[in-house]
Design a protein around this ligand. Structure first.
Ligand SMILES: Cc1ncc(COP(=O)(O)O)c(C=O)c1O
Length: 253
């Protein structure tokens, strides 16, 4: 199951009308992340399309596990620097979702244009949130490796429990706090209420009805039949919900 775009996928998708390529590594929804070599291969394709701008959403920069090393495209291919907009924020690594602060760095003409649009169309984030974000970014960072270990433990727990569920296959993601298992092995089966699991959406709805577990169906993200689980919650909650998913999968016949 391919959870990454390959250079040839990208080359096929680009046309003379393409304005932007959006990268997000580690990714929401799959948790997959690109290595330096994978990014270099993508960059090589982009070098042939000099009019294409690149937006890289690096929101999960700090949430990569094991030996995986986070890389961003302008670092891997500095010749793309002048047409790359690098985005980040404090929502994830700093657990500051409610503060509504994201930020971007890119070519001056683009940032100026973004500023002009923002000042006329939104009321902008409060100065209080902005100062809180400055404090988060400049303050002690020692909790980040600790949180990473906690997330890695949760990832491993969820991946292991889902792979023990009948009909599910769950790859181990490199980062973020999502898993994106395939439920292809369950398509065509019937729930105890007699409903045929024909798509990942039906799987998600029946799971919710039967066990009260909410997942997001993969077709909403463009890759199916899969579903997304966020593991940004306690080990106890995760164990209970994965046990319910196992029970639901075993009930399908
Ligand atoms: C990849 C990615 N980028 C950006 C965001 C936006 O985060 P927020 O609006 O909380 O700053 C999210 C949130 O889920 C995300 O997953």
């Amino acid at each position: 199951m391919a959870l990454r775009s390959t250079p040839s996928d990208l080359a096929k998708a680009l046309t003379p009308h393409t304005k932007w390529v959006l990268l997000n590594s580690p990714s929401n929804p799959s948790g997959a992340a690109y290595t330096r070599a994978e990014l270099a291969a993508i960059a090589a394709v982009l070098m042939d399309f000099p009019n294409v701008l690149i937006l890289t959403d690096d929101m999960y920069e700090h949430l990569v596990y094991g030996d995986f090393e986070f890389m961003t495209i302008a670092q891997v291919e500095p010749r793309l620097y002048d047409r790359t907009l690098t985005m980040n924020g404090v929502s994830k690594a700093y657990a500051m979702t409610g503060w509504r602060i994201g930020y971007a760095a890119g070519p001056e003409w683009l940032i100026k244009g973004m500023g002009a649009v923002m000042t006329q169309t939104t009321s902008n984030p409060s100065s209080i949130s902005q100062w809180a974000a400055v404090e988060a970014l400049n303050g002690p960072q020692d909790f980040i490796p600790k949180n990473k270990l906690l997330f890695q433990e949760r990832r491993d727990l969820v991946v292991s429990m889902l792979n023990q569920a009948q009909g599910l296959k769950c790859p181990t993601p490199e980062g973020a706090f999502y898993v994106y298992p395939s439920c292809a092995g369950l398509i065509g089966k019937k729930s105890p209420s007699g409903k045929v699991i024909d798509t990942d959406e039906t799987f998600a709805l029946e799971l919710l009805e039967a066990e009260g577990v909410a997942v997001v169906h993969g077709s909403a993200f463009g890759l199916a039949p899969n579903f997304r689980i966020s593991y940004a919650t306690s080990n106890a909650e995760l164990e209970e919900s994965c046990a319910r998913i196992q029970r639901f999968c075993a009930s399908l016949g």
